[in-house]
Design a protein around this ligand. Structure first.
Ligand code: THU
Length: 128
């Protein structure tokens, strides 16, 4: 699957964002090695701490259905218009648990045509 299509799925997932506190809507689309895609959005909570990021929603959906092998994740976010949105430290650590630091690609998109691609190693060097 090309990165533009994966970003479109992340943009669709972003529509489901539950973010009444930050108003920052995030969507993610996680591509498995077998070609299946799991999407996620951020889900906030009035106690703030239980908030789950879009990336972790996608990972936990996939892992809870038996997936372990991942190729790439697309991430889009912003209050209304999308801005450059990079994964938080907690989500990077979750990626490190399941993904190869060189081959797994993190695609931060503004639109299906405008995106930046990183390896996990670039965004989480010297990982635990
Ligand atoms: N958020 C994500 O879902 N993913 C990110 O990569 C960065 C932050 C969410 C958490 C919270 O609901 C909102 O964005 C503002 O921080």
């Amino acid at each position: 699957m090309d990165y533009g299509k994966l970003i479109e799925k992340a943009l669709e997932a972003r529509e489901y964002s539950y973010s009444p506190y930050s108003h920052f809507k995030v969507g993610a689309a996680l591509l498995c090695e077998d070609g299946k895609v799991y999407t996620g959005c951020n889900i906030e909570n009035r106690a703030y701490g239980p908030t789950n990021c879009a990336e972790r929603t996608a990972f936990f959906k996939a892992v809870s259905e038996g997936k372990r092998d991942f190729t790439a994740i697309a991430i889009v976010g912003g209050e209304e218009e999308t801005v450059w949105c990079y994964p938080c430290g907690v989500c990077r650590q979750v990626m490190a648990e399941f993904c190869d630091e060189e081959s797994f690609k993190i695609i931060c998109g503004k639109t299906a045509d405008e995106y930046r691609v990183f390896s996990l190693k670039e965004l989480l060097p010297e990982m635990f």
